[in-house]
Design a protein around this ligand. Structure first.
Ligand code: CAA
Length: 260
């Protein structure tokens, strides 16, 4: 990737695109410049035929400590409403069709927790801390926290976290279903990369369909979701990768997916 970024680091490892939030002195506080770069990097990986999965991570101390409070402090209602600052391009995350794994160590607070929840699943290091502390600033979560957290951990725990601003540690986040699993801090990058390489090795069409179908479970009725899943399931029988995947199983050999 030729583009130079100031607030993120971008590299590839095989068919995996890795994005590291990189404002360590501000604990990766998410300002508009960072979010613009993140959106551009995600779109570039999504469009790159050589990339099958994306990993988003931060530093050991902070995945991201939230939206940039220094930048927000001066804004009026008119500023944020008309200018659509702070959260303007966050929905870019939702438009990415390849899976995004959040590899979270340290603080994932406010917008940082919301950003992690916009990813497709969260692998947490044992030092991770999640929370929605916006209430302490006289505001509420503004990038999906009041909507995605209840879906992830249930109403009672989400309400408690949003109303008190308390943090939950990695073990609690795993128990509650926010993190798919917890790994030792020094294994986080390797574990996230290994999961991403596994996903990137599968048929890209099947992977994208799987992501689309699971996400449907959050946004509609069970009947609509079942019908949607059935259509995608049937459609995958039109792909060369389905023929290859099943032939490889029958012939007891590894599948060679062509992503077609
Ligand atoms: N915005 C801007 N700067 C931040 C920041 C943020 N969200 N979080 C931390 N920083 C900065 C601090 O100001 C400090 O900078 P200086 O060294 O220049 O003073 C630096 O990062 C290190 O932070 P601390 O000294 O506070 O580190 P700590 O280890 O003592 O505490 C912390 C860590 C508990 C995460 C604490 O920094 C903190 O509470 N941060 C704010 C968390 C927060 O409220 N997030 C929600 C933001 S609002 C939001 O996200 C809205 C939304 O939904 C979109």
């Amino acid at each position: 990737m030729s583009q130079t970024y100031l607030n993120i680091l971008v590299r590839t490892e095989g068919r995996v695109g890795l994005i590291t939030l990189n404002r360590p002195k501000q604990l990766n506080a998410l300002n508009d410049a960072l979010m613009d770069e993140l959106g551009a990097a995600l779109k570039a990986f999504d469009a790159d035929a050589d990339i099958g999965c994306i990993v988003l991570t931060g530093s050991e101390k902070a995945f991201a400590a939230g939206a940039d409070i220094g930048a927000m402090a001066q804004y009026s209602f008119a500023d944020v409403y008309k200018g659509d600052y702070i959260t303007r391009n966050w929905e870019t995350m939702r438009s990415i069709r390849k899976p995004i794994i959040a590899a979270v160590s340290g603080f994932a607070l406010g917008g940082g927790c919301e950003l992690a929840m916009m990813c497709d699943f969260i692998i947490a290091a044992d030092n991770a801390k999640f929370g929605q502390p916006e209430i302490k600033l006289g505001i509420i979560p503004g990038a999906g926290g009041t909507q995605r957290l209840p879906r992830a951990v249930g109403k009672s725990k989400a309400m408690e976290l949003v109303l008190t601003g308390r943090m939950m540690d990695a073990a609690e986040a795993e128990r509650a279903g926010l993190a798919s699993r917890v790994v030792p801090l020094d294994k986080l990058q390797d574990e996230a990369l290994a999961a991403a390489l596994t996903i990137a090795g599968y048929s890209q069409i099947a992977v994208m369909a799987a992501k689309e179908a699971v996400n449907k479970a959050f946004e509609g009725t069970l009947a609509d979701g079942m019908a949607f899943e059935r259509r995608l399931f049937h459609a995958l029988f039109a792909t060369a990768d389905q023929k290859e995947g099943m032939a490889a199983f029958v012939e007891k050999r590894p599948a060679q997916f062509k992503h077609q």
